[in-house]
Structure formats: C-alpha cells, structure tokens
Design a protein around this ligand. Structure first.
Ligand code: G3P
Ligand code: CA
Length: 374
C-alpha cells in the first residue's frame, strides 16, 4: 500500500514539474544573440527558429513595450534601422517604440532591410518577417511557429478587450530542441514597470512561478537541448543597476540574473576606465542579485572595449560571478576567451557550437534556413 502511495506521489510530481532539473547552470552555454544578427534579420521568427534548430542553449533578445502594453523583442529604441517605418509611417519614423501600438508595429516589414544590407545572405522568406512578441519567442522555444497566410502575414484576432492575439501551430520543421530565454530589459528607464509586466507575462505562459513545482512541464526528447524544461529556463539581464534591483524584487532568487558591463558614458555604463570603478559597479550588481556578469570582449568585428582582461577576470571570480561575455563573432575571439567564461553570447551559434566541440559542423546556417523554408 505504502509503495502504491509513493508511486502515485511520484507520478503526480512528474506531471506537475517536480522532475525539473536544476542545472545551476551548464558551464559552456551558447547564447544566441538576437537569435542571430549574422545569418537572418535579428530578433525575427527566422532568427529565433534558426537558433532553436541550430542547438543554441538560449535565445537572447531585448525587451521593450508598445504604447498599448505589449512586450516585444527589439534592440533599437527606434525602428528605422531594421524596418520600413520611413515608408509606412514617414512622419513618425524617428519616434520611439513606445509611440506605436502593437497593431501599428505589425504593419512593418522587419526583414527586407537585411536582404538589402547583406545581398549575399538574402533570402526571399525574410521579406514577410514582422516584429516578435515575448509570447512568440516562448512559442518558438516550445517547438511551435506563428500561424501565417500564404503570403507570410500572421493570422491575428482582436479580442474583446482590444488586445491582439496571434495563433501558433506545431512547427513542422521543429527538431526537438527546447532552449531557454535570455531576456534583457532594454532601456528600462523608458518603460516604468516593465520588470513586473515581464513577470506577469511569463507567469501567464507558465514560464515563471515562484513555486518551481508549478512551472509548465515542457517535454523534451533525449539528447536534445532541454533548458526550457529546467528551472534555468529564464535568465534575466540588464545594463541598468536600477532595473536589476527591480528584477531582483519581482523574481525569486532561483532565476539567474546577469549584470551586463559596458564602458561608456550613458546611464548604466561603467563611467571610468580605472579598475576600482569596475569593482564598485560589479559589487552593486551583486548587491542587486546578479550572479552572472556579462562583460564586453575585444576583437573584430565589433572591437568592443575588453572588460575581460586578466585583472577584470580576477575581480569577477573573487566576487563569485559566472561570466557570460559578449559577443563571440570570430574564431580568434573563441580561442582567446572561451576558457574564461561559462557562457558565450554569439551571433553564429552554429560556429560556436562547432568550435566548442558540441557539433561536428553538420548544422550550417544554409541547411537550417533552407529547411525552415526561408
Ligand atoms: O545582451 C548581451 C548583449 O546583447 C548586450 O548588447 O547591445 O546587443 O543588447 P546588445
Ligand atoms: Ca541584448
């Protein structure tokens, strides 16, 4: 009888998520920066489906909020670089994201700029791409895709409360990987309360709960990327110490938080070159709940300031940080820095996986994008 009761408890626990592994966390993470900026239009469905099927551990993106409160993924605070806003809304082309409703944003083409900018990497399927929501990216991570008509336009419904809702279907090209989400609150000072909005949306979709037993169970096949079905399914990142503090209040301690590091003169930057400024900055990050630090690294093509010199490394390790550095875009950078870090933001997850010995190079940008129909 006791054995039967124990079996029933075990079965119940399995069904409610008790089985979730606490990875705490892998030490060779491949984090797909904006999905990819290299092979497809950044932060679009093509970039995220590519990153999932390529085998990245996390899909990275930048969170902003529309005028009507929808949480969307976009790096720049303006639309002119990565959409045709100048054609569709010429009088508002320089306006910030928060000036547009979600329905207005959906009218924009977020893919054709890539074909013009990189003709050697252009694909017909990029033309119809639109701006993604947080929910879209969660669905992609779960193996689905957005329902679209034959022209690639997404199918939407307007609900009674005016909210726009999309529909999703099992992705016929899904190969079973279930990556986590690495979410940056981008320019959070422009979006008061976005940290709490993020918590609400992740909770609604089953991706966050303070009680980990109540997290949505996302089945994963053996030998596939399985982070979406662990407690580490969400990592939160920000350059802003203030936003980090708010994330630390909104989310339970088990959700890893990363303080991004950048030497510059804007809000959230490390304002001076001396190592003491660096130390004080990361200590504030630690006080506000960060256990991961995200320094910029040197090297082509971005030639960022190197915040991962031996001195920086020593301080970060002394303070107990894991290091997820950005961004790994070349073989030289990989060999210079990969031994120092536990995670790599990369625009070429295929190459980073190959260099890490996690793939034999059989997954290429070309065959994955072609298979996905772009
Ligand atoms: O999130 C790591 C890295 O994405 C920070 O740079 O400007 O690409 O958001 P950025
Ligand atoms: Ca980012």
């Amino acid at each position: 009888m006791k054995l039967m009761a124990l079996t029933i408890i075990l079965i119940c626990n399995y069904a409610t998520g008790q089985q979730l592994k606490d990875l705490r966390m892998k030490d060779n993470l491949v984090i797909a920066h904006r999905g990819t900026t290299f092979w497809a239009p950044e932060e679009t469905e093509a970039a995220m489906r590519w990153a999932r099927n390529t085998g990245a551990d996390y899909l990275e993106f930048d969170l902003q909020r529309t005028k009507d409160g929808k949480l969307i993924a976009l790096h720049d605070n303006k639309l002119d670089r990565t959409t045709n806003v100048a054609v569709i809304y010429p009088d508002r082309k320089d306006n910030p994201i928060s000036d547009f409703t979600y329905l207005e944003l959906l009218k924009l083409d977020a893919g054709s700029w890539f074909n013009r900018e990189y003709p050697d990497k252009a694909r017909p399927g990029f033309k119809a791409l639109d701006i993604l929501t947080l929910e879209d990216i969660i669905q992609i991570a779960e193996g689905k895709r957005i329902c679209r008509d034959k022209n690639g336009k997404r199918l939407i419904a307007q609900l009674n409360d005016g909210q726009i809702s999309s529909s999703y279907e099992q992705d016929p090209k899904d190969n079973g990987n279930r990556p986590g989400l690495y979410i940056e609150t981008k320019l959070p000072e422009l979006f008061p309360g976005i940290e709490n909005d993020l918590k609400k949306e992740l909770s609604r979709l089953g991706w966050y709960c303070s009680d980990t037993l109540k997290l949505k169970n996302i089945p994963v096949d053996k030998d596939k990327i399985a982070i979406a079905n662990t407690k580490d399914r969400i990592v939160l990142q920000t350059f802003s110490l203030e936003s980090l503090g708010k994330l630390n209040i909104c989310f339970a301690k088990y959700v890893p938080k990363c303080i991004l590091l950048w030497r510059g003169n804007d809000a959230g930057d490390i304002l001076n070159d001396d190592i003491n400024s660096f130390r004080l900055h990361i200590l504030k990050g630690k006080e506000n709940g960060a256990t991961i630090a995200g320094p910029s690294i040197s090297g082509k093509p971005n030639n960022y300031t190197n915040l991962l010199t031996p001195v920086h490394f020593e301080i970060l390790k002394k303070e107990g940080f894991k290091i997820h550095a950005y961004s790994f875009d070349s073989e030289e950078q990989f060999f210079q820095y990969h031994d120092l870090v536990e995670g790599m933001f990369t625009n070429q997850a295929d190459e980073t996986l190959r260099l890490s010995g996690r793939s034999k190079g059989e997954i290429t940008n070309h065959n994955v994008l072609k298979d996905l129909g772009y």
